[in-house]
Design a protein around this ligand. Structure first.
Ligand code: ATP
Ligand code: MG
Length: 394
């Protein structure tokens, strides 16, 4: 018996189609049936689908154009929402378009009609360059976003402690990003009084790079870095979607993990974050209003085309005796709870002392649950890598 590399089914590429040109409707249908493509959605106008373009985890955008030259305005509106690679589709001659596209920010130009397999090849190729810009190392930190559509469910407690656990027990270079832009309190929960915030970073002149980012983060004694929310709520609006996209791209180069604390809203910067989120912790509690809102949030995430396999429901205060059980939560949400976090007296005490429970009270049940969570959120590659070791290739 030979131990050959197991046949792997290819992961589907998430594609969105915009614009119009002859043959586009037929191509869209053919791609919709293709096993290597996940058709996330389509729309004629770019702005009609702004939310999906921004938050939909797209790997490639196909854009049909009737312009005989390069459709600069159309491309610019796509770029307002996503940095995903764009393949232009046109019909007819379009020779001026081909010439101008050489210099433009597009991955490919295809003149329709085309064999579906040719288009799928171009899509796969574009999705690869999108993952790894030429000349850049493959290293990419993971983004773990902690969200709940309801206030006070424990987002900040969980994100601060999780970030501390990633740093201390998992030995990861970790950044905690406070995206509760108006009333963020992650720094306070860590007992820090930072001199600089995300606001100072985004208004500072010049391109953002890793070095510049390092100048604006504050280090917690545990080794965890934090980029706090603006001090004044009115400064939040300067932290735009575009700034946040760039910030996360840069942070991924410097850190192993970026934990994002959030507010209960799907605002622009949040959509940009969702687009780069590897794991979304959706915090739920054992109460009917929270459950109702979490259900609505799941529907919104579906509308935004956020991949469902990246959602992890976290049941906070799971041990509270309040007449509702985990199974009822799972039944109402139609999603399994992935992590349970108990209600623990150590938490409010730690919050008031400004020292995360996972560091101050390592033996508390809450701290154990958070460490389990940090361990459970390790990249799948680790598991795959270990498995691969079983099948030594000659
Ligand atoms: N597992 C827990 N055990 C005990 N207390 C908890 C637990 N989780 C949260 N709390 C308490 O609930 C309070 C609110 O939690 P937290 O600030 O993390 O919520 P939030 O979702 O970030 O709220 P907001 O939407 O206002 O930012 C905290 O001060 C904390 O003391
Ligand atoms: Mg909070």
């Amino acid at each position: 018996m030979s131990l050959e590399t197991p046949v792997t089914t290819r992961e589907k590429v998430r594609v969105f189609v915009t614009g119009s040109c002859d043959g586009l409707a037929e191509l869209r249908e053919a791609l919709g049936r293709h096993s290597e493509v996940e058709m996330v959605g389509w729309s004629d106008g770019v702005n009609e689908s702004a939310a999906t373009l921004t938050g939909g985890h797209l790997q490639v955008v196909l854009h049909g154009t009737r312009s005989s030259g390069l459709p600069e305005d159309e491309l610019a509106s796509i770029r307002e929402h996503t940095q995903s690679p764009v393949i232009l589709l046109a019909s007819g001659e379009a020779s001026a378009l081909l010439e101008q596209a050489l210099e433009a920010d597009v991955s490919d130009v295809l003149l329709l009609p085309q064999m579906t397999e040719n288009v799928v090849f171009a899509i796969r190729k574009a999705s690869r360059t999108g993952q790894r810009p030429a000349g850049k190392p493959a290293k990419r930190g993971r983004v773990v976003t902690v969200f709940s559509p309801k206030g006070g469910t424990g987002k900040t407690v969980i994100s601060t402690n999780l970030a501390a656990a990633f740093t201390k027990t998992e030995g990861k270079r970790t950044l905690l990003l406070d995206l509760d832009l108006q009333f963020g309190d992650a720094a306070i929960m860590l007992g820090l009084e930072p001199e600089k915030t995300i606001y100072d970073l985004v208004v500072a002149p010049g391109e953002l790079d890793s070095e510049k980012l390092a100048g604006y983060t504050t280090r917690h004694p545990s080794g965890l870095d934090i980029l706090p929310a603006p001090v004044r709520p009115e400064d939040a609006e300067l932290v735009t979607e575009t700034k946040l996209s760039r910030l996360l791209e840069v942070a991924r180069e410097s850190y192993d993990v970026i934990v994002v604390d959030t507010s209960p809203f799907f605002h622009g910067p949040m959509l940009a974050t969702l687009d780069r989120t590897d794991e979304l912790l959706l915090v739920c509690g054992l109460d009917v209003p929270t459950l109702k809102n979490v259900r609505l949030a799941l529907q919104t995430l579906e509308l935004l085309a956020f991949p469902q396999n990246r959602i992890r429901v976290v049941l906070n205060r799971a041990n509270s005796k309040v007449g509702m059980k985990r199974s009822e939560v799972e039944g109402a949400l139609e999603v399994k709870v992935r992590f349970e976090v108990p209600s623990d007296r150590a938490v409010p005490i730690a919050v008031n002392r400004g020292n995360p429970a996972v560091l101050a009270e390592a033996g508390a049940d809450f701290s154990k649950a958070i460490r389990e969570m940090a361990k459970g959120l390790q990249p799948a590659e680790v598991a795959k890598g270990q498995k691969r070791g079983l099948f030594k290739r000659s």
